[in-house]
Design a protein around this ligand. Sequence first.
Ligand code: MRU
Length: 360
Amino acid sequence: MPPTVIPTLHWEGQLDGHLVLIDQTLLPTEFREISCRDVESVWEAIKVLRVRGAPAIGVAAAYGVCVGLQTALAAGESAFLDRVNHVIDYLATSRPTAVNLFWALDRMRRVVTAGRGHLSSRQLAERLLAEARAIEAEDRQTCRDLGRHGATLLTSGQGVLTHCNAGGLATADYGTALAVIFAATEAGLALQVYADETRPLLQGARLTAWELQQRGIPVTVICDSMAAQVMREGRVHAVIVGADRIAANGDAANKIGTYGVAILAAYHKIPFYVAAPASTFDFAIAAGAEIPIEHRDPREITHGFGRQTAPADVAVYNPAFDVTPASLIAGFITERGVIRPPYRENLSILQMPPKSSGVV
Ligand code: MRU
Protein backbone atom coordinates (compact mmCIF):
# COMPACT_ATOMS: atom_id res chain seq x y z
CA MET A 1 0.00 0.00 0.00
CA PRO A 2 1.46 3.43 -0.89
CA PRO A 3 2.41 5.47 2.19
CA THR A 4 0.52 8.56 3.27
CA VAL A 5 2.65 11.29 1.78
CA ILE A 6 2.69 14.70 3.44
CA PRO A 7 2.82 17.35 0.71
CA THR A 8 6.16 19.01 0.08
CA LEU A 9 4.39 22.36 0.20
CA HIS A 10 0.83 23.63 0.20
CA TRP A 11 -1.27 26.74 0.76
CA GLU A 12 -3.17 26.89 4.02
CA GLY A 13 -6.39 28.92 4.04
CA GLN A 14 -7.76 31.48 1.61
CA LEU A 15 -6.47 34.86 0.42
CA ASP A 16 -5.15 35.73 3.88
CA GLY A 17 -3.56 32.29 4.25
CA HIS A 18 0.09 31.25 4.11
CA LEU A 19 2.54 28.79 2.58
CA VAL A 20 3.43 25.65 4.52
CA LEU A 21 6.46 23.62 3.50
CA ILE A 22 8.59 20.75 4.75
CA ASP A 23 11.93 22.14 5.96
CA GLN A 24 14.21 19.89 3.90
CA THR A 25 17.38 21.13 5.60
CA LEU A 26 16.35 19.11 8.69
CA LEU A 27 15.74 15.78 6.94
CA PRO A 28 16.28 12.90 7.46
CA THR A 29 16.63 13.22 11.23
CA GLU A 30 13.81 15.67 11.82
CA PHE A 31 10.51 16.10 9.99
CA ARG A 32 9.14 19.60 10.48
CA GLU A 33 6.78 21.80 8.50
CA ILE A 34 7.27 25.54 8.59
CA SER A 35 4.87 28.36 7.78
CA CYS A 36 5.95 31.22 5.52
CA ARG A 37 3.80 34.27 6.24
CA ASP A 38 5.83 36.93 4.43
CA VAL A 39 7.68 37.01 1.14
CA GLU A 40 11.06 37.33 2.83
CA SER A 41 10.63 33.96 4.51
CA VAL A 42 9.67 32.35 1.17
CA TRP A 43 12.79 33.90 -0.44
CA GLU A 44 14.93 32.64 2.44
CA ALA A 45 13.39 29.14 2.27
CA ILE A 46 14.29 28.91 -1.42
CA LYS A 47 17.78 30.39 -0.92
CA VAL A 48 18.87 28.07 1.89
CA LEU A 49 17.14 25.01 0.34
CA ARG A 50 14.38 24.49 2.89
CA VAL A 51 12.41 24.01 -0.31
CA ARG A 52 14.48 22.91 -3.29
CA GLY A 53 14.27 21.03 -6.57
CA ALA A 54 13.27 22.89 -9.72
CA PRO A 55 9.49 22.28 -9.83
CA ALA A 56 9.05 22.76 -6.07
CA ILE A 57 10.90 26.08 -6.25
CA GLY A 58 8.46 27.21 -8.95
CA VAL A 59 5.42 26.30 -6.85
CA ALA A 60 6.92 27.96 -3.76
CA ALA A 61 7.64 31.16 -5.68
CA ALA A 62 4.07 31.28 -7.03
CA TYR A 63 2.70 31.04 -3.49
CA GLY A 64 5.38 33.52 -2.41
CA VAL A 65 3.72 36.11 -4.67
CA CYS A 66 0.40 35.43 -2.88
CA VAL A 67 2.03 35.90 0.53
CA GLY A 68 3.86 39.02 -0.62
CA LEU A 69 0.83 40.84 -1.99
CA GLN A 70 -1.15 40.58 1.26
CA THR A 71 0.38 43.77 2.68
CA ALA A 72 -0.93 45.77 -0.30
CA LEU A 73 -4.47 44.38 -0.55
CA ALA A 74 -6.01 47.45 0.99
CA ALA A 75 -3.86 49.86 -1.01
CA GLY A 76 -4.96 51.58 -4.21
CA GLU A 77 -4.67 49.81 -7.54
CA SER A 78 -1.37 51.31 -8.59
CA ALA A 79 0.31 50.63 -5.21
CA PHE A 80 -1.01 47.07 -5.36
CA LEU A 81 0.40 46.51 -8.87
CA ASP A 82 3.74 48.03 -7.84
CA ARG A 83 3.86 45.67 -4.88
CA VAL A 84 3.09 42.56 -6.95
CA ASN A 85 5.75 43.46 -9.53
CA HIS A 86 8.25 44.15 -6.77
CA VAL A 87 7.51 40.81 -5.10
CA ILE A 88 7.90 38.91 -8.39
CA ASP A 89 11.23 40.64 -9.11
CA TYR A 90 12.43 39.96 -5.59
CA LEU A 91 11.59 36.24 -5.66
CA ALA A 92 13.40 35.94 -9.01
CA THR A 93 16.67 36.81 -7.21
CA SER A 94 16.50 33.81 -4.87
CA ARG A 95 18.26 31.24 -7.10
CA PRO A 96 19.41 31.53 -10.74
CA THR A 97 19.56 28.07 -12.33
CA ALA A 98 16.18 26.33 -12.08
CA VAL A 99 14.11 27.81 -14.90
CA ASN A 100 10.89 26.61 -13.22
CA LEU A 101 11.27 29.56 -10.82
CA PHE A 102 11.13 32.09 -13.67
CA TRP A 103 8.51 30.07 -15.55
CA ALA A 104 6.17 30.16 -12.54
CA LEU A 105 6.82 33.86 -11.87
CA ASP A 106 6.13 34.63 -15.55
CA ARG A 107 2.78 32.89 -15.25
CA MET A 108 1.97 35.01 -12.20
CA ARG A 109 2.99 38.19 -14.02
CA ARG A 110 0.79 37.28 -16.99
CA VAL A 111 -2.21 37.06 -14.64
CA VAL A 112 -1.48 40.63 -13.52
CA THR A 113 -1.10 41.86 -17.09
CA ALA A 114 -4.38 40.24 -18.13
CA GLY A 115 -6.34 41.62 -15.16
CA ARG A 116 -4.95 45.11 -14.69
CA GLY A 117 -7.33 47.94 -15.44
CA HIS A 118 -10.58 45.98 -15.12
CA LEU A 119 -10.16 43.92 -11.91
CA SER A 120 -10.01 45.21 -8.34
CA SER A 121 -6.91 44.45 -6.26
CA ARG A 122 -8.87 41.83 -4.41
CA GLN A 123 -10.07 40.13 -7.60
CA LEU A 124 -6.54 40.18 -8.98
CA ALA A 125 -5.25 38.65 -5.75
CA GLU A 126 -7.90 35.90 -6.03
CA ARG A 127 -6.77 35.19 -9.59
CA LEU A 128 -3.13 35.04 -8.49
CA LEU A 129 -3.93 32.54 -5.75
CA ALA A 130 -5.92 30.46 -8.24
CA GLU A 131 -2.94 30.52 -10.61
CA ALA A 132 -0.54 29.39 -7.87
CA ARG A 133 -2.93 26.57 -6.98
CA ALA A 134 -3.11 25.62 -10.67
CA ILE A 135 0.69 25.53 -10.94
CA GLU A 136 0.78 23.17 -7.96
CA ALA A 137 -2.03 20.95 -9.27
CA GLU A 138 -0.52 20.76 -12.76
CA ASP A 139 2.83 19.76 -11.29
CA ARG A 140 1.18 16.89 -9.40
CA GLN A 141 -0.43 15.60 -12.60
CA THR A 142 2.71 16.17 -14.67
CA CYS A 143 4.81 14.07 -12.32
CA ARG A 144 2.31 11.18 -12.47
CA ASP A 145 2.25 11.28 -16.29
CA LEU A 146 6.02 11.52 -16.50
CA GLY A 147 6.46 8.59 -14.11
CA ARG A 148 4.08 6.43 -16.14
CA HIS A 149 5.98 7.10 -19.39
CA GLY A 150 9.37 6.51 -17.77
CA ALA A 151 8.37 3.23 -16.15
CA THR A 152 8.19 1.64 -19.62
CA LEU A 153 11.97 1.99 -19.89
CA LEU A 154 12.67 -0.33 -16.94
CA THR A 155 12.35 -4.05 -16.35
CA SER A 156 12.16 -6.01 -13.12
CA GLY A 157 15.43 -6.87 -11.44
CA GLN A 158 17.29 -3.80 -12.70
CA GLY A 159 19.52 -1.46 -10.76
CA VAL A 160 18.90 2.26 -11.21
CA LEU A 161 21.34 4.95 -10.17
CA THR A 162 20.18 8.48 -9.41
CA HIS A 163 21.92 11.66 -8.33
CA CYS A 164 20.68 14.42 -6.01
CA ASN A 165 16.97 14.35 -5.18
CA ALA A 166 14.42 14.47 -7.96
CA GLY A 167 11.64 12.99 -5.86
CA GLY A 168 8.39 14.13 -4.32
CA LEU A 169 10.37 16.58 -2.18
CA ALA A 170 11.65 18.33 -5.31
CA THR A 171 8.16 18.76 -6.79
CA ALA A 172 4.61 19.29 -5.53
CA ASP A 173 4.38 15.49 -5.24
CA TYR A 174 5.83 12.24 -6.66
CA GLY A 175 8.93 13.69 -8.33
CA THR A 176 10.54 13.33 -11.74
CA ALA A 177 13.41 10.79 -11.71
CA LEU A 178 11.92 9.11 -8.64
CA ALA A 179 8.43 9.23 -10.20
CA VAL A 180 9.73 6.75 -12.75
CA ILE A 181 10.90 4.47 -9.96
CA PHE A 182 7.66 4.91 -7.99
CA ALA A 183 5.51 4.17 -11.06
CA ALA A 184 7.60 1.13 -12.03
CA THR A 185 7.41 -0.22 -8.49
CA GLU A 186 3.65 0.37 -8.33
CA ALA A 187 3.40 -1.60 -11.59
CA GLY A 188 5.06 -4.54 -9.83
CA LEU A 189 8.70 -4.18 -10.89
CA ALA A 190 11.41 -5.01 -8.34
CA LEU A 191 14.18 -2.42 -8.60
CA GLN A 192 17.34 -1.71 -6.67
CA VAL A 193 18.12 1.99 -6.45
CA TYR A 194 21.62 3.38 -5.93
CA ALA A 195 21.50 6.92 -4.54
CA ASP A 196 24.64 9.02 -4.92
CA GLU A 197 25.06 10.85 -1.64
CA THR A 198 25.54 14.08 -3.67
CA ARG A 199 28.21 16.29 -2.21
CA PRO A 200 28.29 18.81 -0.71
CA LEU A 201 24.72 19.07 0.64
CA LEU A 202 23.85 15.36 0.48
CA GLN A 203 20.43 15.61 -1.15
CA GLY A 204 20.87 11.99 -2.30
CA ALA A 205 21.73 10.55 1.10
CA ARG A 206 19.41 12.77 3.13
CA LEU A 207 16.37 13.09 0.87
CA THR A 208 16.34 10.46 -1.89
CA ALA A 209 17.21 7.62 0.49
CA TRP A 210 14.61 8.90 2.96
CA GLU A 211 11.85 9.10 0.35
CA LEU A 212 12.58 5.64 -1.04
CA GLN A 213 12.66 4.16 2.45
CA GLN A 214 9.30 5.77 3.19
CA ARG A 215 7.88 3.88 0.22
CA GLY A 216 9.64 0.61 0.99
CA ILE A 217 11.78 0.67 -2.17
CA PRO A 218 15.24 -0.93 -1.79
CA VAL A 219 17.87 1.82 -1.81
CA THR A 220 21.61 1.78 -1.26
CA VAL A 221 23.49 5.03 -0.63
CA ILE A 222 26.92 5.33 -2.20
CA CYS A 223 29.53 8.09 -2.04
CA ASP A 224 29.63 10.01 -5.32
CA SER A 225 33.13 8.65 -5.95
CA MET A 226 31.85 5.05 -5.87
CA ALA A 227 29.56 5.30 -8.90
CA ALA A 228 32.24 4.11 -11.36
CA GLN A 229 32.96 1.00 -9.32
CA VAL A 230 29.27 0.19 -8.80
CA MET A 231 28.73 0.47 -12.57
CA ARG A 232 31.76 -1.71 -13.35
CA GLU A 233 30.33 -4.37 -11.01
CA GLY A 234 27.27 -4.52 -13.30
CA ARG A 235 24.83 -3.30 -10.65
CA VAL A 236 23.43 -0.38 -12.65
CA HIS A 237 21.24 -0.85 -15.74
CA ALA A 238 19.93 2.69 -16.09
CA VAL A 239 20.73 6.14 -14.72
CA ILE A 240 17.81 8.51 -14.21
CA VAL A 241 18.31 12.07 -12.97
CA GLY A 242 16.26 15.26 -12.87
CA ALA A 243 17.15 18.66 -14.32
CA ASP A 244 17.01 22.33 -13.41
CA ARG A 245 17.16 23.79 -16.89
CA ILE A 246 17.41 22.17 -20.32
CA ALA A 247 18.51 24.16 -23.37
CA ALA A 248 16.83 23.88 -26.79
CA ASN A 249 19.58 21.52 -28.00
CA GLY A 250 19.07 19.11 -25.05
CA ASP A 251 22.07 20.14 -22.91
CA ALA A 252 20.81 19.69 -19.33
CA ALA A 253 21.84 21.45 -16.13
CA ASN A 254 21.41 19.43 -12.94
CA LYS A 255 23.05 19.10 -9.54
CA ILE A 256 26.86 19.25 -9.59
CA GLY A 257 28.23 15.78 -10.26
CA THR A 258 25.57 14.79 -12.79
CA TYR A 259 27.90 15.42 -15.75
CA GLY A 260 30.46 13.04 -14.24
CA VAL A 261 27.79 10.36 -13.77
CA ALA A 262 26.77 10.78 -17.44
CA ILE A 263 30.38 10.25 -18.58
CA LEU A 264 30.66 7.14 -16.41
CA ALA A 265 27.37 5.81 -17.79
CA ALA A 266 28.57 6.34 -21.39
CA TYR A 267 31.83 4.52 -20.66
CA HIS A 268 29.92 1.57 -19.17
CA LYS A 269 27.26 1.64 -21.94
CA ILE A 270 24.46 2.31 -19.47
CA PRO A 271 21.53 4.46 -20.72
CA PHE A 272 21.45 7.87 -19.06
CA TYR A 273 17.97 9.46 -18.89
CA VAL A 274 16.87 12.91 -17.78
CA ALA A 275 13.36 13.10 -16.33
CA ALA A 276 11.86 16.60 -16.44
CA PRO A 277 8.58 18.38 -17.08
CA ALA A 278 8.10 20.75 -20.02
CA SER A 279 8.45 23.65 -17.54
CA THR A 280 12.15 22.76 -17.10
CA PHE A 281 12.94 23.27 -20.81
CA ASP A 282 14.19 26.74 -21.70
CA PHE A 283 13.78 27.18 -25.44
CA ALA A 284 15.14 30.72 -25.18
CA ILE A 285 18.56 29.20 -24.53
CA ALA A 286 20.20 27.52 -27.52
CA ALA A 287 22.86 25.51 -25.70
CA GLY A 288 24.00 24.58 -22.19
CA ALA A 289 26.85 27.11 -22.08
CA GLU A 290 24.22 29.85 -21.69
CA ILE A 291 22.61 28.34 -18.59
CA PRO A 292 23.36 30.49 -15.51
CA ILE A 293 25.09 28.34 -12.91
CA GLU A 294 24.60 29.15 -9.23
CA HIS A 295 27.72 29.43 -7.08
CA ARG A 296 27.11 28.84 -3.41
CA ASP A 297 28.71 29.64 -0.08
CA PRO A 298 32.19 28.05 0.28
CA ARG A 299 31.23 27.05 3.82
CA GLU A 300 28.95 24.36 2.37
CA ILE A 301 32.23 22.60 1.47
CA THR A 302 34.52 23.64 4.30
CA HIS A 303 31.99 23.42 7.13
CA GLY A 304 29.45 20.90 5.86
CA PHE A 305 26.79 20.26 8.50
CA GLY A 306 28.61 22.24 11.17
CA ARG A 307 32.04 20.63 11.29
CA GLN A 308 35.14 22.23 9.76
CA THR A 309 36.64 19.79 7.23
CA ALA A 310 39.15 22.01 5.38
CA PRO A 311 41.82 24.46 6.57
CA ALA A 312 40.64 27.97 7.42
CA ASP A 313 40.71 30.39 4.49
CA VAL A 314 41.45 27.73 1.86
CA ALA A 315 40.25 28.62 -1.64
CA VAL A 316 36.99 26.89 -2.56
CA TYR A 317 35.11 26.49 -5.84
CA ASN A 318 31.44 25.64 -5.30
CA PRO A 319 29.26 25.58 -8.44
CA ALA A 320 25.92 24.02 -7.47
CA PHE A 321 25.15 22.66 -10.96
CA ASP A 322 26.86 21.32 -14.05
CA VAL A 323 25.69 20.81 -17.61
CA THR A 324 25.48 17.38 -19.22
CA PRO A 325 25.85 17.60 -23.00
CA ALA A 326 22.89 16.29 -24.99
CA SER A 327 25.14 13.73 -26.69
CA LEU A 328 25.35 11.78 -23.40
CA ILE A 329 21.57 11.71 -22.85
CA ALA A 330 19.71 8.62 -24.15
CA GLY A 331 16.31 10.25 -23.74
CA PHE A 332 14.20 12.82 -21.91
CA ILE A 333 11.36 11.42 -19.85
CA THR A 334 8.59 14.03 -19.92
CA GLU A 335 4.86 14.19 -19.23
CA ARG A 336 4.39 14.03 -23.02
CA GLY A 337 6.39 10.83 -23.47
CA VAL A 338 10.02 9.77 -23.83
CA ILE A 339 11.82 12.04 -26.28
CA ARG A 340 14.83 10.67 -28.17
CA PRO A 341 17.44 12.41 -30.34
CA PRO A 342 17.72 14.40 -32.53
CA TYR A 343 16.79 16.78 -29.72
CA ARG A 344 16.79 20.12 -31.49
CA GLU A 345 14.01 18.74 -33.68
CA ASN A 346 12.18 16.35 -31.33
CA LEU A 347 12.08 18.55 -28.20
CA SER A 348 10.03 21.15 -30.06
CA ILE A 349 6.93 19.00 -29.41
CA LEU A 350 7.06 20.40 -25.86
CA GLN A 351 6.30 23.87 -27.21
CA MET A 352 3.10 22.68 -28.87
CA PRO A 353 -0.31 22.39 -27.18
CA PRO A 354 -0.70 19.05 -25.31
CA LYS A 355 -3.15 17.51 -27.82
CA SER A 356 -0.49 17.16 -30.48
CA SER A 357 1.87 15.31 -28.12
CA GLY A 358 3.13 11.78 -28.46
CA VAL A 359 6.10 9.61 -27.79
CA VAL A 360 8.93 10.38 -30.18
O1 MRU B 1 20.17 22.49 -5.25
P1 MRU B 1 18.93 21.67 -5.37
O2 MRU B 1 18.78 20.65 -4.29
O3 MRU B 1 17.70 22.50 -5.57
O4 MRU B 1 19.15 20.86 -6.73
C1 MRU B 1 18.12 20.05 -7.17
C2 MRU B 1 18.46 19.25 -8.35
O5 MRU B 1 19.52 19.39 -8.95
C3 MRU B 1 17.40 18.32 -8.87
O6 MRU B 1 17.98 17.20 -9.45
C4 MRU B 1 16.56 19.06 -9.93
O7 MRU B 1 16.06 20.25 -9.42
C5 MRU B 1 15.46 18.22 -10.42
S1 MRU B 1 14.10 18.20 -9.31
C6 MRU B 1 12.85 17.27 -9.90
